[in-house]
Design a protein around this ligand. Structure first.
Ligand code: FAD
Length: 516
């Protein structure tokens, strides 16, 4: 029997978690600390240990719109956050040279067009494209003309109704580019203000309980011992607790994502603050450009089997706009994840749990969902295995969905100008991705499973951008006369352009409302 009061066993006060230790003070550590400080009951004491001497990974500055949910839950003031972290707004990612050299496309946030009750806008647009090919209607143009973020990004415009103006009308879906070290500082101030204790020190050892192998405490190199009931490992790639002491094991995805290095460098700010990230495919990987208010973050993610570190660094430095403002630094990684991200009384969040290259800016999002799941499955001291198992299954599904979306950018390429790209075009891809691509090719349909991060609009932007073109459209759309579709769609294109016309430049918006 599991129903009724008799079966209900909260376990009493002696089973409740009293102390949580977060190991690491990078983006993952301070996001976790801030979220726990906001949500857990007052009896839970939160301690964060970090080592300035070790430092943080020092990258991770482009986000996706879910970051706004996180900031809103904490109750952060958006303009104050933007000023403090020297942030800019982000409307999507421009992909350059991915399908063929010289081609570019935009993966925007938000919808393309307006979906009717019966049909997705994509189907109406495909119907028009097919009509145009047969001389039956005008060319509806690229689908990006119907996405507010795409049009605004191309013209460097931005407007949010979020407290700044009372302008009615459709609003932009957006995220941010920010200085990661300042974001961590901002959250530190928030978390310490809500009772989180920070300990500066280097963890040198861990004590495991002899009966069940759970972590009882960590020991710093000065001999201090810090005990807790629950440990959150935010120690970065090293996975100090989850791997170093609990041997979770690592599942590599390098067969799908062979890039294993990045070289990063900052450069002088761009005068017009482009409101988007740029990802440019290069001969052995790709380069990012992330414009902040006070500098630009640049990097080259590459495969060390295809280019040397010196060549990659030289290539990056030759391609940045403006002068570099620091020395390039190298980061080494392997795509993949811990086999279990929660083991015994330790949960890995951030790079300690796994890594998927930042082509779609998903690192911080995965931290956020890790935290959300930790709260959803928050344990008591009995650490029910069913609870741990469910957390691990849900986390893995999430990582796999992101991985497949990233692989799409590589496998659907026509580039053959380097061995790296020839290999990508010929790669074996996960079955689920293969099925998704062939459904889109044959019918123009995108089918998503519940809770998947990337929306239909994201999939279609990248599929079309990568040259995955539907041969057909939803046959039910034929019930609407073609001239009617053409008229409505043309009107929508015009309205989208007009709405963007009325927006200020992104730079002016930042200067007026949240300039540093
Ligand atoms: P870290 O920043 O490495 O922090 C680890 C912490 O653990 C540090 O405070 C360190 O001092 C502490 N620590 C470690 N060992 C010890 C010890 N023995 N004792 C005490 N303290 C210890 N994500 C995005 O969302 N967008 C992006 O654009 C993006 N770009 C990226 C580009 C690259 C090249 C890489 C590698 C990642 C990128 N990411 C991006 C991911 C993002 O950087 C990370 O998810 C994020 O920074 C979180 O890192 P972290 O806090 O897990 O680890």
């Amino acid at each position: 029997m599991v129903s009724g009061d008799a079966a209900f066993d909260r376990g009493g006060d002696n089973t409740r978690i009293e102390r949580v230790v977060i190991v690491g003070g990078g983006t993952a550590g301070w996001m976790t600390a801030a979220a726990l400080a906001k949500t857990v009951p007052a009896h839970v004491k939160i301690v964060l240990i970090e080592s300035e001497e070790i430092g943080t990974v020092g990258v991770g500055e482009a986000t996706i719109p879910s970051i706004r949910t996180f900031n809103n839950i904490l109750g952060l003031d958006e303009f104050d956050f933007i000023r403090y972290t020297h942030a800019t707004y982000k409307l999507g990612i421009e992909f350059v040279d991915w399908n063929r050299l010289g081609e570019r496309y935009f993966h925007p946030f938000g919808d393309h067009g307006r979906h009717t009750q019966e049909f997705k806008f994509l189907q109406l647009w495909l119907r028009l494209k097919s009509g145009y090919a047969r001389g039956m209607c005008p060319d509806p143009g690229p689908i990006s003309d119907y996405n507010l973020c795409s049009v605004a990004a191309a013209r460097g415009r931005f407007l949010t109704t979020n407290g700044a103006t009372s302008t009615p009308g459709p609003s932009l879906r957006y995220a941010f580019h920010f200085d990661a070290s300042l974001y961590a500082k901002y959250l530190r101030r928030y978390a310490e203000g809500r009772g989180v204790t920070r300990i500066e020190g280097r963890i040198a050892g861990t004590d495991l309980r002899s009966d069940d192998g759970f972590i009882s405490s960590v020991t710093l190199d000065d001999g201090r011992t810090i005990a807790a009931d629950l440990f959150v490992d935010c120690s970065g790639f090293r996975g100090l607790l989850i791997e170093g002491h609990l041997n979770a094991g690592f599942e590599s995805w390098s067969q799908f994502l062979p890039c294993d290095r990045a070289v990063a460098v900052g450069s002088e700010p761009l005068s017009d603050f482009p409101p988007y990230t740029r990802a440019t495919a290069d001969s052995a990987g790709w380069r990012w450009r992330i414009p902040l208010q006070h500098r630009v973050g640049n990097g080259y993610v590459f495969s060390s089997d295809h280019i040397s570190q010196d060549e990659a660094t030289a290539r990056l430095l030759s391609q940045i706009e403006g002068k570099p403002i620091n020395d390039p630094h190298l980061i080494t990684f392997t795509a993949g994840h811990r086999r279990s991200m929660w083991v015994k009384n330790c949960v890995a969040i951030g790079l300690s749990g796994g890594f998927i290259e930042p082509l779609e800016s998903t690192g911080i999002h995965l931290i956020q969902t890790g935290i959300a799941k930790l709260l959803l499955f928050f344990p008591d001291k009995r650490f029910a295995q069913a609870n741990i198992d469910e957390f691990n299954v849900a986390t893995l599904l999430e990582y796999e969905a992101v991985r497949d979306f990233i692989i799409l950018h590589y496998c659907a390429t026509e580039r053959s100008d380097s061995s790296f790209w020839r290999e990508r075009g010929a790669m074996v891809i996960p079955e689920r991705l293969k099925a998704r691509m062939s459904l889109f090719c044959s019918t123009g349909r995108i089918f998503r499973y519940q809770d998947e991060l990337f929306t239909d609009d994201s999939w279609l932007a990248v599929m079309l951008g990568q040259g995955v073109t539907p041969k057909s459209y939803d046959p039910l759309v034929d019930k609407i006369p073609l001239p009617e579709i053409a008229k409505n769609v043309a009107r929508l294109r015009q309205i989208t352009a007009q709405v963007v016309d009325s927006m200020p430049s992104h730079r002016d918006f930042i200067r007026q409302y949240c300039g540093a």
